[in-house]
Design a protein around this ligand. Structure first.
Ligand code: FES
Length: 74
């Protein structure tokens, strides 16, 4: 087995990648919210509580917008 070329599945990366570190919200949770119909920052905020931590989204909002665009939800 060649460990150098082995990649980690996206589902595992999504589960452990915290997009909103203040609230410990994973990319998996955000993707699920988008799949469930969230198409805007206020909807994501209401459903997941992302962007409600101590930085008020200063560190995560741009990543969440990028995720919305990446998933063609905007
Ligand atoms: S990182 Fe999301 S509210 Fe601070």
């Amino acid at each position: 087995m060649d460990f150098e070329t082995q990649t980690i599945p996206d589902s595992i990366l999504d589960k452990y990648t915290k997009v909103c570190t203040c609230r410990s919200i994973s990319r998996k949770t955000l993707k699920e919210a988008i799949h469930n119909g969230c198409t805007s920052i206020p909807q994501i905020k209401e459903q997941t509580r992302a962007m409600t931590g101590s930085c008020k989204g200063k560190n995560c909002a741009s990543k969440i917008v990028a995720l919305l665009k990446e998933m063609d939800a905007l």
